[in-house]
Design a protein around this ligand. Structure first.
Ligand SMILES: Nc1ncnc2c1ncn2[C@@H]1O[C@H](COP(=O)(O)OP(=O)(O)O)[C@@H](O)[C@H]1O
Ligand SMILES: [Mg+2]
Length: 478
């Protein structure tokens, strides 16, 4: 009887939140077995807010699932306010860290999460004074824009002269600096319901400091320390995240510090299946079972080639029962810890998969926390809000899954695009490429092409129009 009642309980209406030009993290195949239709709503950028809201209402969606890229984040905070009865998953508050490195830092500061010491300036004079006085080396990062672009927007400076030269050339805003942390490696941990489901080491090439594997580093899955997983769990809980990825630096001083965290990350399809299953459990109040994902499963799955991992779907594990043959590796395998050895199934039970908290308040309202637009009005951010993100987070990550899909555009290619505009010859194209390297120019073309007019006196309005056209043609062929 109780069971019947459960079955009759109406399930919420789910919808996928998609954006033009942005890779889709989920689709129907990740929600296998969900009995009802799952709607889809696509955001088309430019002035699409009102239409998007109407469509969500018309489709009577209760839960809107999907990652929001950095450049759409503030718009979606507004959209979410106008749809108070729609639950965004992950919530806009959970996705706060997706927007910028600045937001990651502010989130970490609030929750006392260890991060490299970080300095953020909106005031150029204050930054200049700091650069004069501080010690070196320092790390300088672009806060906003293509995140996880393989360290491309992360620089190490050895002196105040280098710092000044870099900011003069790059014009990053806000000015975001960090103490340089000598580190042996970092670990990416992926979590579902605050339970680690995958983790791997990323090690820099000999003598280098960047751990991004696209820079020649290597990755492996073995013996991630429990204490490091514990930190990732703490961060996931602080973000109230249904799913989450965290990059934890392992310093030469033995300390752990968070480098990045977000709901948008590259994940093998079987991990997205697990997230789908977890969300189905959450929205059905238990009618669908939680996925059983034993801790350190990644040590076993990681033995497979990534080309295999990319094709595996809907992986399930048997639950642990003593003396049952099919009990998987959990009673065989033993983990060494400082306190002695522990069976994997015992360790596993210390990491339950948990539900997230339902909240009816905004933790990070933009009036307070959108420093970029509140203080940076004069800069190009005003324009970026309504345009597509230059590189999809999922597509430009470096987990080994999606490295190849980074839309790396060669200098020569983009030069050709520039030169195909009437009035831009070789000389002018080269002038532009002296100022911006290829990824930066791509980003500019996507987000703030008008900047070109401001930067180069000879850049005419007509050129801008034509460049926008050839650029979008070129992009569609990529
Ligand atoms: N404060 C730091 N000290 C030393 N190395 C750092 C620091 N911050 C970042 N790195 C290195 O640079 C890499 C890229 O930085 P990250 O913040 O992850 O930016 P990205 O978005 O490019 O991945 C990291 O994986 C790490 O190897
Ligand atoms: Mg990174």
């Amino acid at each position: 009887m109780a069971e019947k009642k459960m079955k009759e309980k109406k399930l919420p209406k789910l919808g996928f939140l998609y954006l033009d030009h942005v890779l889709r993290f989920f689709d129907h195949s990740n929600f296998r077995g969900w009995p009802d239709k799952i709607e889809r709503v696509v955001y088309h950028w430019k002035n699409d807010k009102a239409r998007f809201i109407r469509e969500v209402k018309r489709k009577k969606i209760d839960v809107l699932i999907g990652n929001i890229p950095a450049t759409a984040y503030e718009t979606f905070r507004e959209i979410a306010r106008e749809l108070p009865d729609v639950q965004f998953v992950p919530s806009l508050d959970t996705q706060f860290a997706n927007k910028s490195k600045e937001n990651v830092t502010r989130f970490a500061w609030k929750y006392d999460i260890p991060v490299p010491k970080t300095y953020i300036f909106y005031d150029k004079a204050k930054a200049a004074a700091f650069i004069e006085d501080t010690s070196y080396p320092k790390i300088i990062k672009k806060s906003y824009g293509p995140s996880n672009y393989g360290g491309y927007f992360v620089h190490k400076v050895e002196s105040r002269e280098e710092a000044k030269a870099l900011f003069a050339q790059k014009k990053y805003y806000p000015q975001y600096l960090q103490d340089f942390i000598p580190m042996a490696a970092d670990v990416r941990v992926m979590l579902i319901g605050h339970k680690p489901v995958c983790a791997f080491w990323r090690r820099p090439p000999e003598g280098a400091w960047l751990t991004n594997t696209s820079q020649g580093g290597t990755m492996d899955y073995m013996d991630v320390p429990k204490e490091l997983l514990d930190l990732a769990v703490k961060v996931s809980k602080a973000a109230n995240a249904e799913y989450w990825a965290c990059d934890v630096a392992v310093g030469e001083d033995g300390k752990y510090r968070i480098l990045e965290c977000a709901t948008a990350f590259a994940a093998f399809p079987y991990i997205r299946d697990w997230i789908g299953q977890y969300l189905m459990w959450k929205f059905s109040e238990g009618r669908f079972p939680l996925p059983n994902i034993p801790l350190f499963n990644w040590e076993e799955l990681g033995k497979m080639d990534s080309s295999v991992l990319r094709t595996l779907r809907h992986i399930t594990f048997g639950r642990y029962t003593p003396s049952y043959d099919g009990a998987y590796f959990l009673d065989r395998k033993v983990k060494k810890r400082e306190e002695g050895e522990i069976f994997l199934h015992e360790l596993d039970s210390l990491y339950p998969m948990l539900s997230t908290e339902e909240r009816d308040y905004e933790e990070w309202p933009s009036e307070t926390w959108n420093f970029q637009d509140n203080y940076g009005k004069a800069v190009k951010q005003t324009e970026t809000k309504e345009s597509p993100e230059p590189f999809d987070k999922e597509g430009s990550d470096e987990s080994g899954e999606s490295e190849a899909s980074v839309p790396l555009i060669e200098k020569e290619e983009i030069k050709k695009v520039l030169m195909s505009v009437k009035g831009i010859g070789r000389k002018k194209a080269e002038k532009i490429l002296e100022k911006y390297d290829a990824p930066e120019l791509v980003e500019l073309l996507e987000n703030a092409p008008k900047m070109l007019k401001k930067e180069f006196v000879w850049f005419k309005k007509k050129m801008l129009r034509e460049l926008n056209e050839v650029w979008s043609l070129f992009k569609n062929r990529l």
